[in-house]
Ligand binder design. Structure first.
Ligand code: NAD
Length: 346
């Protein structure tokens, strides 16, 4: 593509961080922002010098001057808004989770193919400096075959926007599993080389939210609103290559402190993310390696990457197909939690 990639953002909550990425890119220019909250959209447009402000994204998509769109609206809108973007001929970077479920996710992948446009999942944790350095070690074979991983994001008191869209299943699709577990599951699968999932066993609990406990500092609470999602989930996921992943996600638990982690076991080495360490046997002795890595924002890096993919017509490292595999696992965990059975993944 000649010239700059012309970008727009729909939803300016986390969308604010996408805008910070676009302004850093030498190849992008921000053409428009859209939010149903006009005041919020205007404030952000002023701050970033964005020329066009919309409250109706369908009106915005009529602009031929837009090449790519960041979809940063609540989860239940990811699929319809993304599909509308493709039908309007735009490339899309969509926030996590991909959608409410895998049926919607598959429709998004299909719509991208039909429109011959790119779909990237905004899995920002893939783009962090520590993740990228660890990925280089793994691709060079330093861990050998990765056969097991333990990963999770657990919060002591972190239910976001109690009563609002985050805690209302019809708008979020679920609780911490789909909200934050999705990040750590994705980054772990990415480090493992995106193996194909075959089955899951999962459990979910809601021990805090229904009692009005466990609220955190994220999202906008709604007095008297709904809480009908889990506040803790755990699962064991099996992959076609024989590897397994144990995943836990919680918004509220009596634990010492909040943690985001991914621990990988390989035949030639092990590794932890957060903090980044690699464990090997070197020269006949056990060695712990602490690699240096750039302190960069994964949110900014993902936008810089996708702008380059659109400009140079290359495949993003975080594809719609990857998002769909993660979505199928999340669906399976919720189903397994409901039925008490192991669930096969197609
Ligand atoms: N990658 C991350 O680290 C990360 C962090 C937070 C949120 N998210 C994801 O980003 C999405 C948004 O979350 P958030 O925290 O920004 O939520 P939020 O509620 O703070 O912001 C969402 C914004 O979308 C706007 N909006 C709602 N419906 C709209 C519509 N039809 N058209 C235009 N604008 C609309 C709202 O007015 C609001 O300003 C969610 O899917 C969430 O899971 C990702």
């Amino acid at each position: 593509m000649d010239g700059k990639v012309r970008a727009a953002v729909i939803g300016v909550g986390i969308g604010y961080l996408h805008l910070q990425g676009y302004v850093k890119s030498p190849h992008a220019e921000i053409v428009a922002v859209c939010d149903i909250d006009k005041g919020r959209a205007e404030r952000v447009a002023n701050e970033f010098g964005v020329p066009h402000v919309f409250t109706d994204y369908k009106e915005m998509l009529k602009m031929d001057e837009i090449d790519m769109v960041s979809v940063c609206v609540p989860n239940y809108l990811h699929a319809p808004v993304t599909i509308d973007c493709f039908e309007a001929g735009k490339h899309v970077v969509c926030e996590k989770p991909m959608a409410m479920n895998a049926v919607e996710g598959a429709a998004m992948v299909e719509a991208a193919k039909k429109a011959n446009r790119k779909l990237m999942m905004a899995f920002n944790n893939r783009f962090r400096g520590d993740t990228q350095v660890l990925k280089r070690f793994i691709e060079a074979g330093e861990l050998g075959e990765i056969y097991f991983a333990k990963t999770g994001w657990i919060r002591r008191q972190g239910i976001p926007g109690m009563g609002g869209w985050f805690t209302t299943k019809s708008m979020s699709g679920g609780g911490p599993l789909i909200d934050i577990g999705v990040h750590m599951l994705d980054v772990t699968m990415y480090l493992m080389g995106n193996p194909k999932p075959v089955s899951v066993v999962g459990v979910t609990y809601a021990k805090f939210g229904p009692r009005g406990l466990g609220q955190g500092g994220w999202g906008t609470p709604v007095e008297g609103g709904t809480f009908d999602v889990e506040d803790m989930a755990a699962a064991l996921i099996r992959f076609a290559n024989g590897a397994t992943v144990f995943l836990e996600a919680s918004w509220a638990s009596y634990i010492q402190h909040d943690m985001m982690y991914s621990s990988l076991l390989g035949t030639e080495g092990g590794a932890d993310l957060e903090p980044l360490r690699i464990y090997k046997q070197l020269q006949g002795t056990q060695a712990d390696i602490t690699p240096q890595f750039p302190r960069v924002s994964g949110h900014e890096q993902e936008i810089l990457h996708f702008v380059e993919c659109v400009k140079n017509d290359t495949e993003p490292i975080s594809t719609g197909e990857h998002g769909l595999d993660v979505m199928k696992i999340l669906d399976g965990i919720y189903k397994s939690a409901e039925t008490g059975e192991q669930v096969a993944i197609e």
